[in-house]
Design a protein around this ligand. Sequence first.
Ligand code: HEC
Ligand code: HEC
Length: 198
Amino acid sequence: MMLAGAALAAPAALAADGKALYARCVACHGAQGEGVAATGGPGIAGTEAWYLERQLQNFATGLRGSRPDDTRGQSMRAAALTLATGAERQAVAAHVAALPRPRAANVAAPTVAGRNYFNAICSACHGSNGLGNEKLGAPRIAGRSPAFLAGELAAFRSGRRGAQDGDRLGAQMRAIVAMLPDATTERDVIGYAASLGQ
Ligand code: HEC
Ligand code: HEC
């Protein structure tokens, strides 16, 4: 019983610290992590802590957000660099992961083509429900906003994301994006992913 109590206390302590650190994020991601369209900061509430932590580290090391043509990523990299230690990244990630995940707004009904393509390609890593797979490093994409999903696919395609030396997981997504046959398929598959988990 003592052990269980100690195990429960640790995440709460992390979340308290993370809440204070999260003040630095509010301007771009919103008080509840719902995203702020004007700044390009996506909704991040309820994203798994392991993925948040890895992305914060990617921004800090420059694997993500260091390319001159990536102005959005650069603004995020500046914020990530204010987190001084892995413990700070962990604490703020725990806080964000615990925020309630909003539903994507105005998601159109998914198409059969989108579902088929998703199940044929994306589900291998992101899961048939789009909930992600930590072992493969693939995040939840279910219910993310279509604008966010389209923006990230465009970033992978252009190499703003995933093309830096050492970004093994980003490189995987670049290879996948290169396989998407056309804009219609991309729109369909984004629509399907956004509709999952609604
Ligand atoms: C100046 C605005 C700004 C601030 C401040 C900021 N961010 Fe961001 N953040 C962004 C933008 C813009 C993106 C999208 C970057 C991209 O698409 O590559 C982003 C992306 C992210 C991502 C990646 C999401 C994903 O699914 O790929 C995470 C995680 C994140 N921010 C966390 C934070 C945290 C935690 C803080 C506070 C310590 C913070 N951000 C502060 C603008 C900001
Ligand atoms: C081979 C495994 C694999 C497949 C197949 C795959 N992905 Fe990914 N995906 C990943 C990994 C790993 C990441 C995390 C990349 C990183 O760490 O920057 C990712 C990241 C993403 C992101 C960024 C999400 C975020 O929050 O930053 C989007 C969007 C995405 N994938 C969409 C798709 C779509 C749509 C498909 C199908 C067309 C697909 N993926 C197929 C492995 C895969």
